[in-house]
Write a protein that binds this ligand. Structure first.
Ligand code: SF4
Length: 437
């Protein structure tokens, strides 16, 4: 075995630090290493990663909101061994700057342009740029069935069709809908301008982000194009994709190995971890449908109508030492009991502490564990001012009261997100406090 070891300084515990395979981050259940991929892998390769997670960690894996695999529960001794063992698998590992493309890129007959050549050119060009923020990310989105619109990005290139051919809108900061418009460019200019902006950010220092270059630019008031990755997708050349994922993004190695074994048995040759904590398996229609049925019966999320897919929950207690509540348990109970509230129009954020690892963006409703109980936040981040605070014992009742209020007050054609926004924190607080002494 390669004798690698980590300097203490690489064990990054900073808030906002970004874990990587060779720079794992300390969490409540030990070190967390991220395996970021730039292309599809075989089901057998994911099984092998699961076996490594069991051997070197605590056997729990996450698929992050951005679609990265994370291996949990590593020790200072086992993390470097995992690093060497993962590298020996010869996977398409991402090194350096995160330049992300939609998971169906190059296979999706509905996309405007294949974003992968631009992404690769930016990756190559960015190799010489040092000093960027650890979480700096570039999204190159060619359109199609599964867009990366809901992911935060420092720089985002979005394909548009014009009378003169494809052009790329360069957006800065935020999600696609909250970003600012920098310019509309041809492909070569889109690459060189992105690299120029990255160089500028590197000079500004490791805290500089895309939004810092967006001051004074107009807002991109586009519609939200984000679609759920759960379901079956028809691609080019009679290829299909089956989108599934573990509940709340976290699975035991055994469950993922069983899913990969079944995929192999059905003749599925490739898969990609994708955004929204999903796994996309690629194969013929019958194989994809059979795998979806297997996944559903084994507890995986397979449809956007599954209320669990409308919840973003962090690891929580007992996995994370910072957690004040068992987030996964609370999320499962809420999905069971408040299904009509969770109509897919917003992500209910369930977090063990205000850091809010599972959902950095604001949410229509967030539940945050505190030493005294649970804070409820409307239209904000977990760290924002709550509209109500309740004791642990009152959690389920409080959520039921909110679900009842939305059910009773919902106007024709109004979804839960719009209804929650219209009701506002005062009405929500009154509902939570109703019936109390
Ligand atoms: S948000 Fe959740 S996983 Fe992140 S530190 Fe807090 S309790 Fe732990």
């Amino acid at each position: 075995m390669t004798a690698l070891s980590f300097d203490r300084s690489t064990l990054d515990m900073r808030r906002g630090a970004c874990p990587a395979l060779s720079a794992p981050m300390m969490t409540g259940d030990g070190l967390l290493a991220r395996v970021a991929l730039t292309d599809a892998i075989a089901p057998a390769q994911l099984s092998e990663l699961c076996r490594l997670a069991r051997r070197h960690g605590n056997g729990i894996l996450d698929i992050s909101a951005r679609g990265n695999l994370q291996i949990r529960g590593l020790s200072e001794a086992s993390a470097p061994v995992l690093d060497a063992d993962v590298r020996a698998l010869n996977l398409p590992l991402r090194e350096g700057l995160a330049v992300e493309t939609p998971p169906l890129a190059g296979m999706d007959k509905t996309e405007i342009a294949d974003p992968r050549p631009i992404a690769e050119a930016i990756r190559q060009g960015a190799r010489e740029i040092v000093g960027l923020a650890p979480k700096m990310s570039v999204v190159v989105d060619g359109g199609g069935q599964l867009r990366l619109s809901a992911l935060l990005a420092d720089i985002r290139l979005v394909a548009i069709s014009t009378g003169e051919g494809t052009r790329w809108t360069l957006l800065l900061g935020g999600t696609e809908t909250t970003s600012r418009i920098f310019n509309v460019l041809r492909e070569t200019d889109a690459i060189s301008t992105t690299l120029e902006l990255l160089r500028k950010l590197a000079v500004m220092g490791t805290r500089a982000r895309g939004r810092d270059l967006a001051v004074g630019l107009s807002k991109n008031d586009g519609v939200n194009h984000a679609a759920s990755p759960f379901g079956t997708f028809h691609l080019s050349n009679n290829l299909f994709a089956a989108g599934t994922g573990p509940a709340f993004g976290q699975a035991g190695a055994e469950d993922l190995i069983a899913l990969c074994d079944e995929a192999e048995r059905l003749g599925i040759q490739s898969l990609k971890p994708a955004f929204d904590h999903s796994l996309l398996f690629f194969g013929p229609q019958t194989a994809c449908e059979a795998l979806t049925a297997f996944a559903r019966s084994n507890g995986f999320v397979t449809s956007p109508s599954d209320a669990r897919s409308a919840i973003a929950a962090c690891s929580g207690s007992p996995a994370c030492n910072s957690a004040a509540i068992a987030t996964q348990e609370l999320a499962a109970k809420t999905a069971e009991e408040c299904g009509d509230l969770l109509d897919g129009s917003f992500k209910l954020h369930v977090t063990g502490c205000p850091k809010g690892c599972a959902h950095p963006q604001p949410s229509a409703l967030a539940l945050c564990g505190t030493a005294a109980g649970l804070s409820l936040i409307a239209q904000g981040k977990a760290s924002d001012e709550p509209f109500a605070s309740v004791a642990f014992a009152d959690t389920n009742n409080s959520l039921r009261r909110i679900a009842d209020l939305v059910r009773n007050e919902r106007q024709a054609g109004e979804n839960s997100a719009a209804c929650l926004a219209r009701l506002g924190p005062r009405r929500l607080a009154a509902a939570v406090m109703s019936g109390r002494p």
